[in-house]
Ligand binder design. Structure first.
Ligand SMILES: NC(=O)c1ccc[n+]([C@@H]2O[C@H](COP(=O)([O-])OP(=O)(O)OC[C@H]3O[C@@H](n4cnc5c(N)ncnc54)[C@H](OP(=O)(O)O)[C@@H]3O)[C@@H](O)[C@H]2O)c1
Length: 342
């Protein structure tokens, strides 16, 4: 594996890992806040959609603190208008942290940013689903060819360590299937419909008012977000080649309080379940027996059950999104890269 910062500087100290952060929105600010307390990392560049700031020896802590607290990057004295690609392609750094807006139709421009960084031998951490759902194997091949690490824990299940559990803890296990609740918005809607016996449209409005669902909720309620996450699992755990297009997908828009009630009378809950194994991948509302740990997952919580050969089923439960939760997964990946490449 490429060791880019292993050599001590002239005074014998180990150099800090230079990170370039693309995207300073909800997740980017969370990552900045945490990184500021970690002297082993130095943020040398940050980009948004309009421009960037960069300093080869690391940006000043005060400026970063202000940005983490919400100050606009464009107000910084050294702000330059331009594309983030200029930074990715031309500047020096060790790890690219890619946290820009996701696009599930063509994955751009994030896919190009990631590809360019890997070609240049830079390690990659991302929370951005689109590029991995659509192009996992291209990015994985580039990472291997250029001896880079690619980490993407934050793309699926927020703070739940799905990929590191499979990669590290279950390294010697054959994973038979992965099944879970991976979209908090739809789980919230189904939970509220069941608890209050109220129709889909009423709960959707409530979720939108509470900021849990978007104004255009189709990405969540039609199962698109869940399918993108499942595709990343399908590609990385089961080697699926065209993972996103192979996911069979049904959303929750046709679920009624009556169906939920009928399921309850027979000791089932209805959940939007994502499942993947070597045969295929599916996102759909399904009957879940009360003895299944997924049946009791309510609200915006996520959960995933990993079926293994000798360790049996393991269920991990946690918050599937949010600034601190997603940032925690990004930082865990960054620390993992630092530990593996020093
Ligand atoms: N929020 C969560 O809880 C969560 C959880 C898991 C995964 N994610 C994923 O993490 C990523 C970031 O999410 P977020 O909630 O932080 O999004 P966000 O608040 O909308 O922030 C997105 C950031 O990306 C920047 N950006 C957009 N297009 C860009 C471009 N072409 N080049 C450079 N920067 C660009 C934006 O810049 P401007 O401000 O200039 O527009 C903004 O700083 C997304 O892919 C999202 O799906 C989020």
């Amino acid at each position: 594996m490429r060791k880019v910062w292993s050599s001590p500087n002239q005074t014998g100290e180990l150099m800090s890992v230079r990170v370039l952060i693309l995207g300073v929105g909800t997740v980017g600010k969370g990552v900045l806040k945490t990184i500021l307390g970690k002297p082993e990392f130095s943020v040398c560049g940050i980009a948004s959609s309009k421009g960037y700031i960069y300093s080869e020896n690391g940006l000043g802590q005060e400026a970063l603190k202000q940005m983490a607290a919400g100050k606009k990057m464009s107000d910084a004295a050294d702000f330059k208008q331009g594309s983030a690609m200029e930074l990715v392609k031309e500047k020096e750094y060790d790890v690219l942290i890619e946290l820009t807006t996701t696009d599930i139709k063509n994955a751009e421009p994030a896919f190009s940013y990631m590809g360019e960084a890997l070609v240049r031998g830079k390690h990659l951490v991302t929370s951005n689903k689109g590029p991995l759902a659509l192009h996992f194997h291209e990015l994985d091949s580039l990472a291997k060819k250029n001896e880079c690490m690619m980490r993407f824990e934050a793309t699926v299940g927020g703070a739940i360590p799905i990929f590191s559990t499979i990669r590290d803890y279950l390294a010697d296990e054959k994973v038979g299937s992965v099944k879970g609740i991976l979209n908090g918005t739809t789980n919230y809607i189904l939970s509220r419909m069941f608890e209050e016996r109220i129709p889909y449209a009423t709960v959707l409005k409530e979720a939108q008012d509470r900021g849990i669902a978007e104004k255009d909720p189709s990405y969540d309620v039609e199962g698109i977000d869940a399918a993108a996450k499942l595709a990343i699992i399908g590609a990385s755990v089961f080697g699926k080649k065209n993972a996103y297009s192979e996911v069979k997908r049904t959303g929750i828009t046709h679920v009624t309080p009556e169906i939920l009630e009928l399921a309850a009378q027979r000791n089932y809950r209805i959940k939007l379940i994502c499942s993947a194994d070597s045969k295929g991948m599916e996102v759909s509302p399904r009957f879940v027996g009360l003895s299944d740990p997924l049946a009791s997952i309510s609200g915006t919580t996520n959960a995933v059950t990993i079926e293994t050969g000798s360790a049996g089923p393991l269920t991990l439960v946690g918050r599937g999104a949010g600034q601190n939760e997603t940032a925690a997964a990004v930082i865990a990946d960054l620390v993992n890269i630092e530990k593996n490449t020093r």
